[in-house]
Design a protein around this ligand. Structure first.
Ligand code: MEV
Length: 321
């Protein structure tokens, strides 16, 4: 009987997941309503929600995380949880809520850990109330939560966290437009952390200030990016990993021009390429956080992982499918 109970518990949690993500093309540009490509990773955050008699909010955070991540993000996480609960009309001054976060997604800058957390939260609250929520409603709740982590989220992270897979995503003045991409083959990736936890609010705010100071400069980069995305997406659709890798390299160069890369990211990108990656770039907010490398075979994936492990405090391998 106990085993059955545990199995049901496990299934309930499985329904309360949010996936991590890696941006293939278009971090930062996506904020300005141009399309981007993102891939959800298999690793997820899950959430269990329990209602209690005594009012108040208790959060138990058992997610694996890189050192300092949780401390640095504590205020933003609190705000994100409150915003998500508010959006779902849960008032913790009237009703006690106990949230337990877990899962196998390692919280690190760049992986969309915040989005995975609020999407898992929205699912768990929906299940506990209970509230029948569509996937779009879960995504919308996640978007509200993401505002706790940064003021003007494009919505790309919560969309990947909700729907999984590889997505083409475009922010609009209304609901975002996105579609699932069908890949010919899973994409083999190595990703590594600089060990630096970046603030998305600060970096996105900085890009905005630079844009406002020189609109012509930003428009030039945006034009280059849009042409690059077209080639990148065609390469993805055709399953042409060599062309895809070249486009990832070019996107990294655009991130450098945008000033969101940093010496630590550049060093990891160079090391991945030297070890045989057919393309590498920073991924996500930048100025710390993560980089990704495209590896055409298991052998190259191993080699790149080994090379990056000498420089990066954390390295992971995954498939995007
Ligand atoms: C963060 O994962 C991606 C950014 O483009 C911000 C956003 O899209 O909201 C930097």
């Amino acid at each position: 009987k106990r085993a059955r109970h545990e199995a049901i518990g496990a299934r309930a949690l499985a329904q309360c997941r949010g996936y991590g993500k890696l941006i293939l093309f278009g971090e930062h540009f996506v904020v300005y309503k141009v399309p981007a490509l993102v891939g959800a990773v298999a690793a997820y955050t899950d959430c269990d929600c329990e209602f209690l008699e005594e009012p108040g909010l208790t959060v138990i955070d058992e997610r694996p995380a890189v050192p300092h991540y949780k401390v640095k993000k504590a205020d933003e996480a609190q705000e994100a949880i409150q915003l998500t609960l508010k959006h779902l009309n849960v008032d913790t001054t009237k009703r006690g809520v106990k949230l337990t976060f877990g899962g196998d997604l390692c919280a690190v800058s760049g992986i969309g850990a915040s989005a995975a957390q609020v999407v898992a939260l929205a699912r768990a609250v929906g299940r506990a109330l209970p509230l029948k929520m569509s996937e779009d409603e879960i995504n919308a709740a996640g978007y509200e939560g993401e505002k706790g982590y940064h003021g003007t989220p494009s919505g790309i992270d919560n969309t990947a966290a909700t729907f999984g897979g590889v997505l083409r995503f475009c922010r609009t003045d209304g609901a975002p437009i996105f579609e699932k991409k069908k890949l010919r083959e899973p994409i083999r990736i190595v990703y590594a952390s600089t060990g630096i936890t970046a603030s998305t609010t600060t970096v996105v705010g900085d890009v905005r200030a630079k844009k406002e100071a020189d609109e012509a400069w930003f428009a030039g980069l945006l034009t280059k990016y849009e042409a690059l995305l077209k080639r990148g997406e065609s390469a993805l659709d055709a399953g042409d990993v060599n062309a895809l890798g070249k486009c990832l390299d070019e996107n990294h160069a655009l991130c450098q021009e945008l000033t969101v890369s940093c010496p630590e990211l550049d060093a990891l990108v160079d090391a991945a390429r030297s070890a045989g990656a057919i393309g590498a770039k920073m991924s996500g907010t930048g100025r710390g956080g993560l980089m990704i490398a495209l590896t055409p075979s298991a052998a190259v994936q191993d080699k790149v992982k080994e090379a990056l492990s000498k420089l990066a405090p954390q390295v992971w391998t995954t498939f995007l499918a």
